[in-house]
Design a protein around this ligand. Structure first.
Ligand SMILES: [Zn+2]
Length: 185
């Protein structure tokens, strides 16, 4: 049996996992005092944000209106900080962090517009991970030459280390692009 987790702020109720429907994010909320935590790892008394204040800060002017929150279930002691709990923004941040640890692939320098695509996408991710807003039109898509190159490599039976590094890098960019697409409304 896994125990439920009491609100570290008020201690009056059990925390529940919620989906902030209009923001496309998951978070943890206290039904009693409406303290909100956006990440499982942040569950401390001094890390909450007020639910209503947070929603209003994100442009949701009537936080208590129906259709803003879906209750997903209780937070239990074995609730892991998995991506579905951390929410889309967090997985976007994770991907961005991962991208930053990867060296820019040599092959990428020879594929037209790939470096530009990389720079534009990283710029969007950087802004979004710092809480900034990314408009739909700003999230770039890979150029045709890049897409063709990737398709070509995926069909090859044996790829070189350089080609493999390029594909790996491209995959992280693609995941990041999808996460950015999903995080904007
Ligand atoms: Zn509380």
């Amino acid at each position: 049996m896994n125990g439920r987790v009491a609100c570290p702020r008020c201690g009056q109720d059990w925390l529940e996992r919620v989906r902030l429907i209009q923001l496309g994010e998951e978070a943890i909320r206290c039904p009693e005092c409406e303290a909100l935590w956006r990440q499982r790892v942040e569950l401390r008394q001094d890390t909450f944000v007020d639910y209503g204040t947070f929603l209003r800060s994100r442009g949701r002017l009537d936080p208590d209106a129906p259709g803003e929150v879906e209750i997903l279930g209780p937070v239990t002691t074995d609730t892991k900080p998995a991506p579905n709990i951390l929410g889309l923004n967090q997985s976007m941040k994770d991907l961005y962090e991962r991208l930053r640890t990867l060296p820019f692939p040599n092959l990428g320098k020879r594929v037209g517009d790939f470096a530009l695509y990389d720079a534009l996408l990283a710029g969007c991710a950087d802004r979004a991970s710092r809480g900034g807003c990314v408009e739909c039109s700003e999230v770039p898509v890979p150029a045709e030459e890049t897409v063709n190159q990737v398709e070509l490599l995926r069909k090859k039976d044996h790829i070189s280390a350089e080609e493999s590094a390029f594909l790996q890098y491209f995959d992280v960019l693609e995941q990041l692009r999808v996460a950015l697409e999903r995080s904007k409304l």
